[in-house]
Design a protein around this ligand. Structure first.
Ligand code: DGL
Length: 282
């Protein structure tokens, strides 16, 4: 069973793609709705909450956990992988959602830490939309810069956007907010059309059309769910010991630290997913 974690419902956009791409795998989804949004918390709390959530999923039987939250992955993933996991679950693995996106941006596979002179720069100008915490962490900038130093990234924080999506804000309110952030991001770069826009928050694929309307039609929008699903399929091919394929019928379960009846806007996230949330404490 594969664990999928997000601060709230955003990770369901990733789960949806995983469920489709990996029909034989079972999944346990955990949303920490009671303490979301993480985008407004300090790093110490993001690290402790994320560690607690990963620990819960591992105690529940997940040997592999995907942190389907850019904020949690940007702030906490490295510490969890390097310090916490080897001490508590040395045979388990935790993966994030940044690596597949950075690979797509840089066009350089992760195992090659430095660019090679033959590497062709796929995108020269990129605009990244994410939570304030992800922007502040500079994780995307640093990782892309290592692999594709010629690629320049404009970072734009969209404070409160994940919360608006989660609470089911109206289409017009979302449209106005996204148009504002897009104008802010590109304001100082008049006449330059970004080659790509990264939706660096797992909530944002649900409003991809609004980013599309605000951006130039030639800007390619990159969103994580399909990239992460492709990367996980590849990972399980290389590490079949983490796969549950061939072990009977799949199960997909959803847990929340919040009140399942009060998860607003959930229908939007669950359109293609079967089942219902149950409450848990960590
Ligand atoms: N879905 C989370 C992400 O990908 C952010 C939401 C939050 O602020 O909790 O960054």
């Amino acid at each position: 069973m594969i664990g999928v974690f997000d601060s709230g419902s955003g990770g369901l956009t990733v789960l949806n793609a995983l469920v489709e791409a990996l029909p034989e795998e079972s999944f346990l989804y955990l949303g920490d709705h009671a303490r979301a949004p993480y985008g407004d918390l300090d790093n110490r709390h993001i690290l402790s909450h994320t560690t607690e959530a990963v620990d819960f999923l591992m105690r529940s039987g997940c040997r592999l956990v995907v942190i389907a939250c850019n904020t949690a992955a940007s702030v906490a993933l490295r510490t969890i992988q390097q310090d916490w996991l080897p001490r508590h679950y040395p045979h388990n693995r935790v993966l994030g959602v940044l690596v597949p996106m950075v690979e797509a941006l840089a066009g350089v596979p992760w195992h090659r830490d430095h660019p090679h002179e033959d590497d062709i720069l796929r995108y020269r100008r990129v605009v990244l939309f994410a939570t304030s915490k992800t922007v502040e962490s500079r994780a995307y900038l640093e990782e892309v810069n290592k692999r594709a130093p010629g690629c320049s990234i404009i970072q734009q924080a969209c404070p409160g956007l994940a919360g608006m999506i989660e609470e089911g804000a109206s289409e017009s309110a979302l449209q106005e907010a996204i148009a504002g952030w897009t104008a802010q991001a590109l304001g100082g770069h008049a006449g330059e059309v970004p080659d790509a826009a990264v939706l660096g928050c797992t909530h944002y694929p649900l409003v991809r059309h609004l980013f599309g309307a605000a951006l130039h039609p030639e800007t390619q929008i990159l969103s994580q769910p399909d990239l992460v699903a492709e990367a996980l399929r590849d990972y399980l091919r290389r590490r079949p010991d983490f796969s549950g394929a061939g072990q009977g019928a799949r199960s997909i379960r959803y847990l929340t630290t919040g009140e399942p009846g009060r998860l607003h806007g959930l229908a939007r996230f669950m359109q293609h997913l079967p089942g219902q949330f149950s409450r848990t404490s960590l």
